[in-house]
Design a binder for this molecule. Structure first.
Ligand code: GN1
Ligand code: MG
Length: 360
């Protein structure tokens, strides 16, 4: 902790520290809660940024500052109360930057949002609120003046993910290809169709906009009354297709099974969660969505389990080099579960479309 205290001293606003303890949220960055001595003063969150994944820290923090400053200005213009609980604020280090490099790692500090909680399970009620909030988040960022960098290039680019799979297949580094050839073939059959967003983008018919790119219920803070306070985990905020945030949320929230479910009968697409989320999302996002973006929402709900199956499968064939695994074959189990979810979503697409039409 000695070392951590030295790092915290680089962020003068924090003041006198009472204790520093690990906060268990996510495995990408290391996160600590910094409790301060003064009773009414803010507490803080200290994070060591994973710069293996986020290699351009300057761009990362530029994106996050642009986003949080813009949201803060909007909340101020609306005369919102309690703004420090509704948008993250990153604290400057002595040189004025919102991060500090200690010669080995990159660190940043944000204000801890008191009396907040994350939800473990998604219910129709919280799914509705999440839809409303992620739509509002996108709507607020629709006119962000700065250009945001693509922090992980091609992150949600389906053509790029297919290319990675095809390279994995060609190299067959793990020798596992024979075992999964039938899944590769099934995936290939739908590839052109699933890459149609990239096609529309090239033709100038689909824009990219600022998205969150890691929408899950755990990336949202709720207050003591179950109201949404704030969207968190802004590392992947970048330009993408707007429906990324729609499809990615449903990939985890509307799956009735686990991400690596063994029993595929448990993997179904939960229409109640879908409807609640779509209702909230359309309510807050329809002011800026184009007709084609709305039309592609059911496609997005299919795309994300499909893309995730492709990513897990490529990693399995590569010999598990990207996703951490807890047991032998987990990436293959994940692949099958995500592929099953894709099939379920595909079957539900007409019902999704009818429901969305009924909201408009
Ligand atoms: C990774 O670690 P987590 O859950 O935040 C991945 C996502 C995947 C997800 C699948 C930077 O996110 O894109 O959808 O695993 N993030 C990165 O569980 O690759
Ligand atoms: Mg994350």
């Amino acid at each position: 902790m000695e070392n951590l205290n030295q790092i915290i001293k680089q962020f003068p606003e924090v003041g006198e520290v009472q204790e520093v303890k690990p906060l268990t949220s996510g495995w990408i960055n290391q996160t600590y809660l910094v409790k301060t001595v003064a009773p009414e003063a803010n507490d803080y969150v200290l994070q060591r940024i994973n710069h293996q994944i986020f290699t351009d820290i300057e761009m990362l923090q530029h994106n996050i500052e642009a986003v949080t400053n813009h949201i803060r200005q909007k909340l101020e213009a609306q005369n919102e109360a309690d703004i420090d609980r509704k948008v993250l604020r990153f604290v400057p280090a002595t040189d004025g930057k919102t991060y500090f490099y200690d010669g080995d790692g990159y660190w940043r500090v944000s204000v801890f949002i008191p009396r907040s909680q994350t939800l473990e399970a998604v219910t129709p009620e919280s799914s509705y609120l999440a839809g409303l909030k992620f739509g509002e988040f996108q709507a607020m960022l629709a006119d962000v003046p700065e250009t945001l960098g693509e922090i992980i290039p091609d992150f949600h680019n389906m053509e790029f993910r297919m290319k990675q799979l095809r390279e994995a297949v060609a190299a067959n580094a793990s020798g596992r290809l024979g075992e999964v050839q039938n899944i590769v073939d099934a995936i290939e059959k739908d590839a052109d169709d699933m890459c149609r967003a990239e096609q529309l983008y090239r033709e100038g018919n689909l824009p990219k906009r600022v998205c969150h790119c890691d929408t899950k219920v755990s990336n949202m803070l709720f207050d003591e009354n179950g109201e949404v306070l704030c969207v968190i985990d802004l590392d992947t905020v970048m330009p993408s297709f707007i429906f990324s945030d729609f499809g990615d949320f449903l990939r985890s929230a509307a799956n009735t099974g686990k991400e690596d479910e063994q029993d595929l009968d448990n993997v179904r697409f939960n229409m109640e969660i879908f409807k609640a989320f779509a209702k909230g999302y359309i309510q807050s996002a329809r002011i800026f969505l184009t007709p084609i973006e709305i039309e592609m929402l059911p496609y997005a709900a299919m795309l994300f389990p499909y893309m995730q199956a492709v990513r897990f499968l490529a990693d399995y064939i590569n010999g598990d080099t990207y996703y951490r695994t807890q047991y032998e074959g987990q990436n293959l189990t994940r692949t099958k579960a995500q592929y099953k979810l894709y099939q379920e979503a595909k079957a539900a697409a007409p019902e999704m479309k009818a429901y969305i039409d009924s909201l408009l």
